[in-house]
Design a protein around this ligand. Sequence first.
Ligand code: UDP
Length: 324
Amino acid sequence: MRVVVTGAAGFLGSHLCERLHADGDDVVGVDNLITGHLENLESLFGTTRFTFMHCNVSDYVHVPGEVDAVLHFASPASPQDYLEYPIQTLKVGARGTHNMLGVALAKGARFMLASTSEVYGDPLVSPQAETYWGNVNPVGPRGVYDEAKRFAEAMTMAYHRAHGLDVRVARIFNVYGPRLRVDGRVVSNFVHQALTGDALTIFGDGSQTRSFCYVDDEVEGLVRFLHASDVGPMNIGNPNEFTIRELATLVLEMTGGGAGIEYRELPTDDPRQRRPDITRAREVLGWEPVVPLREGLERMIAWYRRELDEKGFVGGSGDPAARR
Ligand code: UDP
C-alpha cells in the first residue's frame, strides 16, 4: 500500500509511520512541525519507501501519485498544546479533515480519522462505549479540541454516506510511551519531573481517572482497524483505569523520585473519569492491549533516561520548558 500519514512527526504519527513502513508499505509523512519533530522520524529518513512533506494540512494539500490510504493524525493533542494553538486545533480538525477527506476521495483511498476519547467529554457513564454521545462543553477551553474532533467525525461520516468513501473512525484514549513530549500530559510530566528531581504535579486531588495505553498496543489496534472492514467508531484504548494519584505513586516508586508530590489547581472541564469499553475492538479486531502500565512505564522511563543523559532534555527541540 501507499499510505499518507498526517501528523507524521508527532508522537503517535511517528510510531504509526514506522510500523506501516516495517509492514512493507510506502509511507508519505506529512507534518507542519508545530508540535511534531523531525527527530521522531529519524529511523525512516534515508530509507526507501519513505517521503516527507512539510506542509499544513489545514491549507490545500496536493499529494502526488497513487494513494491507497490516508491516515489523518495531525492535531495538537495535549491540553497544553491545544490551549496554546486553539485556532490551529479547530482548523486541523475541521479544514484539515475536510482536505484529507478530499485527498482520499480523489485518490480512491481508504480514510482513517484519529479521533479521541475527548468526544465523550466529561462522561456521565463509565466505561464509555461507542454508543455514548458524550458530555462536552462547547465553549470551554477544551472545546476547541473536543468539538473539532466531533466535527471531524461528522465530516468523515458525511463523506462515507454521501460519497461512499471507505472510512475508519478510531477513538484513541491516553497513549504513552517513548517520544511522548513533555507537553503537559500527565505521563510525560510525571516521568520527566521524577527524573529531573522535581515534585510531581497532581492537578486537583488526583482522584480523577484515566486509562493509559502503551503506544505499541495502540498502533497494533489502529493497524488492525485500518485493515478490517468496519467503519467504527471504534474505541482503541486500554480498559485498565487508574486514578492520577495511583499513577503518581507508581512513577515515584519506579524512579525512586524523592521530591514527592505537589497539588495544583484542576484545569477547567478536566474529565472526572475515562475508561474505554473495548468490547467492539475485541470482537471485530480480535485486539486488546497486552502491555501492563508498569511495563510500559519501564520502557518509557528507560527512553527518557537515555534522552536526558545524551541530550540533557527530552524530545525534539531544546528545553521543553521553553514551550510550556
Ligand atoms: N494531570 C496532572 N498533572 C499533570 C498533568 C496532568 O494531575 O502534571 C492530570 C490532568 O488534570 C488530567 C489527567 O492528569 O486529569 C490527564 O491529563 P492529560 O493532560 O495527560 O490528558 P487528558 O486526558 O486530560 O487529555
